[in-house]
Design a protein around this ligand. Structure first.
Ligand code: C2E
Ligand code: CA
Ligand code: CA
Length: 536
């Protein structure tokens, strides 16, 4: 007869089930979807009753929990796992770490960990072959107990995996406070549409956990699409029906023989001064600063010439978001907006940031295309700093500024200045510019050639009088004219002779103002006075 046992039947049959092996363990492999190798397995409890047939954990485990029997069942599972590892080791088969489930109901028993250790030493199993899975719900009713248990387990050398991450409402906070070594992200809590919101959530969790330096195993992965998606966001560790249902110990031994294994990769090294935990805490000062005070900023991962943007703040969107949505920005690769030259500039800057561990700056032109504005080119100044690295994978923090307007204005001025100078060379004109703030004068080629003026005259116009180019009796008048221009006069003109031969020149000035209307520069020119202009 195959039917679900009642609570009374379960309780009455429990001891017998334990002793006669009706309660036993199945194994489900954890795989690296990129390499196809096995990285571990999970031990899952089964109850196969001779009279009532296979019982589901979701039916019998709550009954055992309610009656405080899960503790005994879990120790039984642990012993089975130890026996299994012992057998594998003595058959000279290389094994993988096997995780067992620990519940809130186990850890309220003070001697739970002692009992585990007793069993482990009885079978003499290296602790690295045993991982513990705890759920967020173990923290219900207070963190103190779980934290204490985790500390003890860590001291003994157990690795701890956080089970069913994402199922609780306070996942992030729990993660911040619990020191776990692996995170298991259950696809079944978040799936639905992995291309849409579900995907964004999963992707942020995976990125975030990288920041916390913790590898992620995606659990409940049933399709190749799900596995490929997880891989594409940097999570290759997969447990689910796609690779294998939970299988008997004999079948699992076969798998251990047939499939290569590898250890789960070490997580990324963060640069010591960064406190990643705080950075991801939505209430932390770091987040506040990131969002409000630093201007446009982003965090991105760089690997094999590709960039993944992990996090951006609101100001980043304003500076260079160009009408894209935040999601569009997060899914875009800025590298693809750079032409070959700009790409080289950017990559060189990243290399320098890696080599120096210091901030590096570059300016690059990006081709952007937005639905509303169509195609455009923007110039972005990026201050880049490396904040984390793994093998061939780097994490950078960048502050960005859109300097397109500045650049375009600069290019225009540069162009007009060049034309102006060329024109003066052609016409019989002497030309120069005078910068109010620095009192510097830059002459045209003709001034330099005919009057021996250096390329830059400092403290202008003093040297012109000291060196006898301008006559001293014009000194006061000349200073006065410059003063008026500096005070905002738009133009000025006067007839001033050169000292040598008292040859008169018509001197004209035009002022250039900055965007606040403050005088910036005066452009000067001098032409030989024609006869009827002479005043002397
Ligand atoms: P869990 O720890 O989250 O275990 C994973 C569950 O997901 C297992 O269900 C597994 O068979 C199932 N699963 C794995 N891959 C897939 C998939 O691709 N698709 C779907 N739909 N399901 C998948 P199971 O074995 O029925 O266990 C259910 C729960 O019972 C476990 O959830 C765990 O909370 C509890 N449990 C199982 N064994 C033990 C144990 O030894 N001790 C304790 N305390 N709890 C256990
Ligand atoms: Ca589990
Ligand atoms: Ca789970």
């Amino acid at each position: 007869m195959n039917r679900q046992m009642t609570e009374a039947e379960l309780l009455a049959g429990f001891d017998k089930a334990l002793n006669e092996g009706h309660i036993f363990v199945c194994y489900q492999p954890k795989m690296n979807h990129t390499t196809g190798r096995m990285i571990g397995a999970e031990a899952l409890m089964r109850w196969n009753d001779p009279e009532f047939g296979l019982q589901f954990p979701s039916d019998f485990i709550p009954v055992l929990e309610k009656n405080d029997l899960i503790y005994l069942a879990d120790l039984h599972v642990f012993e089975d796992v130890c026996k299994f590892q012992k057998k594998v080791l003595s058959d000279d088969i290389s094994s993988v770490p096997i995780s067992f489930n620990m519940s809130r109901h186990d850890i309220v028993h003070d001697d739970y960990i002692d009992r585990l250790e007793e069993i482990r030493s009885k079978y003499d199993i290296p602790v690295k072959l045993l991982h513990v899975e705890i759920t967020e719900s173990s923290a219900i009713g207070g963190m103190d107990l779980v934290t204490k248990v985790l500390d003890k387990l860590h001291v003994l050398g157990y690795k701890v995996e956080m089970d069913d991450f994402g199922s609780g409402y306070s996942s992030l906070n729990v993660l911040k406070d619990l020191d776990v070594d692996v995170i298991k992200l259950d696809m079944r809590f978040l799936s639905g549409d992995i291309g849409g919101r579900g995907g964004t959530i999963i992707s942020s969790i995976v990125q975030m956990t990288k920041w916390l330096n913790t590898p992620v195993v995606a659990e409940g992965v049933e399709t190749i699409e799900q596995a490929d998606y997880m891989k594409s966001i940097g999570c290759s560790y997969i447990q689910g029906y796609l690779y294998s249902k939970p299988i008997s110990s004999d079948e699992f031994i076969e798998k251990l023989r047939l499939i290569d294994h590898e250890p789960a990769a070490p997580a990324m090294d963060l640069i010591a001064t960064m406190d990643a935990g705080l950075f991801w805490d939505p209430n932390s000062l770091e987040t506040l600063i990131f969002n409000n005070y630093v201007g446009g900023a982003a965090i991105f991962r760089y690997q094999n010439g590709k960039i993944d943007i992990l996090r951006i703040n609101q100001k980043y969107m304003k500076e260079i978001g160009m009408n894209m949505t935040e999601k569009e920005v997060l899914c875009s690769d800025p590298m693809s907006t750079l032409d070959e030259d700009n790409r080289k500039v950017f990559e060189d800057t990243l290399e320098r940031a890696i080599d120096t561990c210091d901030e590096q700056t570059c300016e690059t032109w990006r081709n952007v295309c937005s639905k509303i504005c169509g195609e455009d080119r923007i110039c972005v100044r990026s201050d880049i700093r490396m904040i984390g690295k793994a093998d061939n994978e780097y994490i950078f923090y960048t502050m960005v500024r859109n300097i397109t307007t500045e650049k375009k204005r600069f290019a225009l001025v540069e162009d007009s200045e060049r034309k102006f100078r060329m024109a003066s060379e052609q016409a019989n004109v002497y030309a120069w510019e005078y910068i109010f703030a620095t009192k510097q004068m830059r002459p045209c080629f003709r001034c330099m050639r005919d009057l021996g003026v250096p390329p830059v005259v400092f403290n202008y116009p003093k040297p012109m009088f000291e060196n006898g180019i301008f006559p001293l009796d014009y000194e006061e008048m000349y200073y006065d004219m410059l003063k008026q221009l500096e005070n905002g006069k738009e133009s000025a003109e006067a007839i001033i002779p050169l000292t040598v031969g008292r040859i008169p020149f018509h001197v004209r000035y035009t002022t250039e103002f900055d965007e606040n209307g403050k005088p910036l520069k005066a452009y000067g020119s001098a032409t030989l006075v024609v006869d009827n202009e002479k005043t002397e």
